[in-house]
Design a protein around this ligand. Structure first.
Ligand code: 5GP
Ligand code: MN
Length: 341
């Protein structure tokens, strides 16, 4: 994967003079969203730009170790108007790790108020919307962190990657590739990992922070959802699981606790597609995963107003849990009847 020279030249010219810059990423931010934002913010700050990272809502507790995360403005909790001030005075607004401003919830309304800032996308999701002045959209890239690393390499040189940047970039590259196991992983991803590792970061420490720092409640919730809530149908090829608000309360749920649960049914032989439904205050969050050719990006677009990647996508449902599960099962039938499953 190569980033086009014209795109890099355009990016260079946007960044030629010190500017006020806002970096945005998506709702329910993950390691890739946060890692790419923090690494990009650090290098731009070093170049003399004034940078503010904004997220629509809070990040999961097990990512709190990421260097610089405390400086991120969480729009939902922003009582002193820092997001508002930064967006209004921004010359450039970067959107990292999401493909459309519609994924920002209410933060999107604030962005709309600033029509003079240049809008630049750096992302790896399919079908980006077109409301950007410059699009660095590479759906074949395994993570946005990998993209940011390549861009930093081209613009400033890899020797500018500090250990803190390396930690942040590694988190996103590791989490978005299922620990470097997905088909999106290329030899060049490992070359970049080698560059990051050479800065002296501790890969076991990062791994422990991300994968071995959960609460007891999460472990028990996981046992409960697999044992009691996993339904397998369509001849063992499709699964779904669900958690209601009441069940989440019973296990002292904290944001991020159910992250990764949706992958577990795919450890079963012959399983092709898995879904997790989590009840929030005004909608049900839908998480979808698949193996091989089964395309959950199309499935999420068609049945749950969502999108994502071929093997990992999501969306929302605005009817009851019971109706949502019935809708999922019917949609699976329809999808299978078209030979897509
Ligand atoms: P997750 O299941 O981890 O929340 O999301 C998996 C993938 O689906 C991510 O790449 C994410 O960007 C995408 N995704 C999740 N929810 C939505 C949504 O509501 N709309 C769209 N377009 N994509 C989503
Ligand atoms: Mn990503």
């Amino acid at each position: 994967m190569v980033i086009g020279k014209n795109k890099l030249d355009e990016l260079r010219s946007f960044l030629a003079t010190p500017s006020s810059i806002v970096i945005l990423s998506h709702t329910n931010p993950d390691g890739d969203a946060i890692g790419s934002s923090l690494a990009w913010a650090e290098i731009l700050s070093k170049q003399g730009h004034k940078v503010t990272c904004i997220l629509p809502n809070r990040y999961p507790y097990y990512l709190e170790f990421m260097p610089g995360i405390e400086d991120i403005v969480v729009f939902k909790d922003d009582k002193d108007g820092r997001a508002n001030a930064a967006v209004k005075s921004a010359d450039i607004i970067f959107s990292l790790d999401f493909h459309s401003l519609s994924r920002l919830d209410h933060l999107g309304d604030l962005i709309d108020e600033n029509q003079h800032a240049k809008r630049i996308l750096i992302d790896h999701h399919l079908d980006p919307s077109v409301d950007f002045d410059l699009m660095l959209s590479y759906p074949e890239a395994s993570s946005t962190c990998y993209l940011v690393a390549l861009i930093v390499e081209e613009l400033y040189g890899v020797e500018q990657i500090s250990p803190n940047m390396a930690v942040n970039l590694f988190v996103g590259m590791m989490t978005d590739t299922g620990n470097f196991a997905f088909s999106s992983v290329t030899p060049d991803v490992f070359r970049m990992v080698s560059v990051l590792a050479a800065t002296g970061i501790s890969i076991p420490d990062i791994h422990n922070h991300v994968y071995n720092s959960f609460t007891e409640g999460r472990a028990r919730l996981f046992g409960y959802v697999i044992n009691r809530k996993m339904k397998i149908f369509h001849n063992g090829a499709v699964a779904h699981m669900s958690l209601t608000a009441d069940e989440l309360r019973r296990f002292w749920f904290q944001q991020g606790d159910s992250e990764g649960f949706v992958n577990y049914p795919l450890t079963i032989k012959k399983m092709k597609m898995s879904a997790m439904f989590t009840e929030h205050s005004d909608f049900i969050r839908v998480s979808l995963r698949s193996r091989g050719d089964v395309d959950v990006n199309v499935f999420a677009q068609r049945y749950f107003n969502g999108g994502g990647h071929r093997n990992a996508a999501g969306g929302k449902s605005f009817v009851s849990m019971e109706e949502t599960l019935a809708h999922y099962e019917n949609s699976v039938k329809e999808y299978a009847a078209e030979g897509k499953l």
